[in-house]
Write a protein that binds this ligand. Structure first.
Ligand SMILES: [Ca+2]
Length: 500
């Protein structure tokens, strides 16, 4: 049992000792990390069908694998060519998907930067990391994947956007920072991919590595709305692309009844033509990301260690993309909360496999990497190892996933339904995702679904009751220093007849 601090939570230092012991005991006792992780899976477990297992490769059987963990920003699950988007060309990400397993029911734990990233780093819900909104650091008692693998002999390096908070991880966050800016994607992502490429070419080979490559794109789309304002389409640049603009989504103007905090968010400054420019530009930003990811895939291939390197690709959240009159993120709607999650490792992970059955989330990254590294996840980690799914083995899996929104909103997703509730708000949402994938018909007041609604209320209450919320740490972002006083402008003399 790992040592706990006075609040009963596992301390980072305590985990490091316990983790090393746990890993040793596990290896000696033959218990798999998957079995350990399965015990902490969220939700009620249910059986799944028999699957053809992937044989473990003969090569590198006794060597811990390397990990390349690629995070991007604001990429929706269905914004990739291989995931059916007709408006984008993503040959590199499509290549990754063809060589690995992609999860089509993958969810962000909280579709906004810092909270989602805190789950990716710790395997816990944002209320359990203290990162309930942007600008908060991960609570000091919650180990990151950098701590866990670093204490297990891995070289842990991080390059690009951090936002937990600040631009890059601090030494106490568990990573050595590879210097490259992580600002605007169109300018800085190439520095991230080049820096990571250089690391892969020049690193020492005596230790396995965990490298996080964190890109900004397609987040740059956030800046576009601010610049366009109410300009008429004819005034937009590149008039010649008009016949290439993507079609608007079928739920573009759909505004089903929603809790007040969600309902009041609406972006109505664009004309239909401007929305289509928005979608066009978003696709181009996804393509910029694609090129940088391709550089990393090539570098792993060239390293000669592709068969012993697990590549995991995901995003912190999606983007509104004109659905429900939304830009940006925060929402429990599919366009915001669904994110790609692709895992690839030739010989270890099923290739060209699309998993449209299992509900997964950013919680599962920590447990998955720990499983492949034969390391026990920290106590309290809420995710499950994806390894059995990646190797197409029989495994009991969770019945639902959950996400947090706007601090006091919660979403719960089961196989067929999505339920949304905001604290103290009488308006709930219930969507039949299978029958209504564009979320246009809210069933919460439909008498025929009252039993389903009640079941989902209970599941959400059950999930919430099992969490271990922690008091958020005050923001570590430096307060803005007061601006030096500027001298008052000289009064302009406008005497009659004076020219200025
Ligand atoms: Ca983000």
């Amino acid at each position: 049992m790992p040592p706990t601090n006075s609040s009963g939570t596992t301390s980072r230092r305590g985990f490091f000792r316990a983790g090393a012991l746990g890993a040793g005991a596990m290896l000696a006792g033959g218990q798999t990390a998957a079995a350990v992780a399965a015990q902490s899976a969220v939700g009620t477990l249910s059986a799944v069908g028999t699957l053809a297992a992937v044989a473990a490769p003969a090569v590198a059987k006794n060597r811990p694998p390397n990990f390349l963990f690629v995070i991007c920003d604001q990429l929706g699950l269905d914004a990739l060519g291989a995931h059916g988007c007709p408006d984008v060309s993503t040959p590199q990400l499509d290549r990754l998907i063809a060589r690995g397993t992609t999860f089509l029911e993958s969810h962000s734990t909280n579709p906004v930067c810092s909270p989602a990233r805190s789950s990716l780093m710790t395997g816990r819900m944002p209320v359990e990391t203290g990162v309930i909104t942007n600008g908060r650091p991960i609570h000091a008692s919650r180990p990151t994947i950098g701590h866990v693998l670093g204490e297990s002999g891995y070289e842990t390096v991080y390059c690009g956007k951090w936002h937990l908070p600040g631009g890059v991880p601090r030494p106490q966050d568990g990573f050595t920072v590879l210097p490259a800016r992580g600002g605007q994607g169109s300018l800085d992502d190439v520095a991230v991919s080049r820096t990571c490429e250089a690391y892969l070419k020049n690193r020492g080979r005596d230790r396995p590595y965990l490298m996080v490559a964190s890109f900004m794109q397609p987040h740059d789309i956030c800046f576009w709305g601010n610049h366009v304002g109410r300009r008429v389409p004819e005034g937009l640049p590149f008039a010649g692309i008009r016949d290439q603009l993507p079609e608007l989504p079928p739920n573009h103007t759909s505004r089903p009844p929603a809790p007040a905090k969600l309902d009041r968010i609406k972006f109505d400054r664009f004309s239909p033509q401007q929305w289509r420019y928005y979608l066009y530009l978003y696709a181009r930003m996804v393509e910029m990301l694609d090129a940088d990811v391709g550089r990393l895939l090539d570098a792993v291939q060239d390293s000669g260690e592709a068969e012993n390197t697990v590549i995991l690709f995901t995003s912190d959240h999606g983007d509104g993309r004109g659905r429900h009159l939304h830009v940006s993120k925060w929402y429990p709607y599919e366009e915001s909360v669904k994110v790609p999650l692709v895992v690839c490792c030739p010989g270890r992970v099923a290739e060209n496999h699309r998993d449209a059955v299992h509900l997964v989330s950013g919680l599962d990254v920590m447990s998955t990497l720990c499983d492949y590294a034969a390391v026990t996840p920290p106590e309290g980690v809420r995710g499950s190892s994806l390894r059995p799914l990646l190797e197409r083995k029989d495994v009991a899996w969770r019945e639902y996933v959950s996400s947090e929104h706007h601090v006091d909103g919660r979403m719960l997703r089961t196989e067929q339904y999505k339920y949304v509730h905001y604290k103290h708000d009488p308006v709930e949402q219930l969507f039949d995702i299978k029958a209504d994938p564009w979320e246009m018909k809210n069933l919460y007041q439909d008498p025929g679904h009252s039993g389903v609604l009640e079941d989902h209320r209970k599941l959400l209450a059950e999930f919430q009751a099992g969490l271990q919320p922690i008091e958020p740490t005050p923001s570590a972002v430096r307060p803005k220093s007061p601006r030096p006083k500027r001298p008052a402008p000289r009064k302009r003399r406008r005497a009659a007849g004076e020219r200025t």
